[in-house]
Design a protein around this ligand. Structure first.
Ligand code: ADP
Length: 263
């Protein structure tokens, strides 16, 4: 479970996250949607103990990020925005290395490696170098590395960035296959992708949480007003101020027509 309680983050005098609260329960896949610079990565970095919280509190799987950072780190898997991989390593060796870094060994490590390779459909590339793998495979390798220790909470920063529409659909199915007993939160600045993957949207702009609503709820609201989901979401963002944010979501939302069907 993820519990974010009145969290603020300041970089010097600049407030990047402003009094944000929400919870995500086990079994939920929730999408963090906001234009570039909204504060999504900052929030994820506080959740994974990378950045200190300025004000408020965050609990991950019951552990407080400030007081119990080791418990938090052991409970979560985190795919960073830039998906840092060791390009020159072979995929199977890279995953084994990541498993050992997580304290796994012996038969348990072998079992976990077999599981992530199967779940992330990496069989064809296990013997290749990371640098030889396509973008889609690289994302799956990053996710496999994040899952190797079987975390209960999974944070993914822009996991669909650079994937084609078919890969986005495959990624959605993959996340759904993981959901049992796990809490999954991922960020994106792409409405169509977030709406197609998650059941609930947390819309953020300029550091503020503007909406916490199910995709079905927003879609129904849009339909009853004779509008599209995109219109409603863009209105929410626009009302928070900042034409840049409006443009950033709008241009991307129009892009992947094949994933435009919201669910
Ligand atoms: P997002 O992930 O939604 O694109 P970020 O969380 O990366 O947004 O950034 C939120 C805001 O905080 C942006 O205005 C960004 O420029 C600013 N910011 C991010 N990291 C730093 C930092 N280390 N120092 C100062 N400002 C930062």
């Amino acid at each position: 479970m993820i519990e974010v309680d009145h969290v603020t983050k300041r970089y010097g005098a600049f407030t990047a996250v402003d009094d944000v609260s929400f919870t995500v329960q086990p079994g939920e896949i929730v999408g963090f949607l906001g234009p570039n610079g909204a504060g999504k990565s900052t929030l994820l970095k506080m959740m994974c103990t990378w950045l200190p919280v300025t004000k408020g509190s965050i609990r991950i799987a019951g552990f407080d990020v400030t007081k119990q950072p080791h418990g938090v780190r052991a409970s979560l898997g985190y795919l960073t925005e830039h998906n840092a991989l060791y390009d020159s390593m072979r995929v199977d060796r890279f995953l084994r290395f990541m498993g050992k870094m997580r304290g796994l060994s012996g038969r348990h490590l072998d079992e976990r490696l077999a599981w992530v390779s199967r779940q992330c459909i990496l069989g064809d590339v296990l013997g290749k170098r990371v640098s030889e793998c396509s973008k889609g495979y690289r994302q799956r390798i990053g996710v496999a590395a994040a899952l190797v220790h079987d975390p209960k909470v999974i944070l993914l920063d822009e996991p669909t960035h650079g994937l084609d529409p078919l890969q986005v659909v495959a990624f959605r199915d993959f996340l759904r296959s993981l959901r049992d007993g796990r809490t999954i939160l991922f960020s994106s600045h792409n409405l169509a992708e977030v709406a197609s993957i998650s059941e609930r949207l947390l819309i953020i702009n300029r550091g503020k949480l503007l909406a916490d609503e199910t995709v079905d709820g927003i879609s129904e609201r849009a339909a009853s007003a004779g509008r599209t989901l995109e219109d409603v979401v863009l209105d929410i963002v626009r009302k928070s101020g900042g034409s840049a944010g409006y443009g950033a979501i709008a241009s991307d939302a129009a892009e992947p027509a094949t994933t435009g069907a919201v669910r």
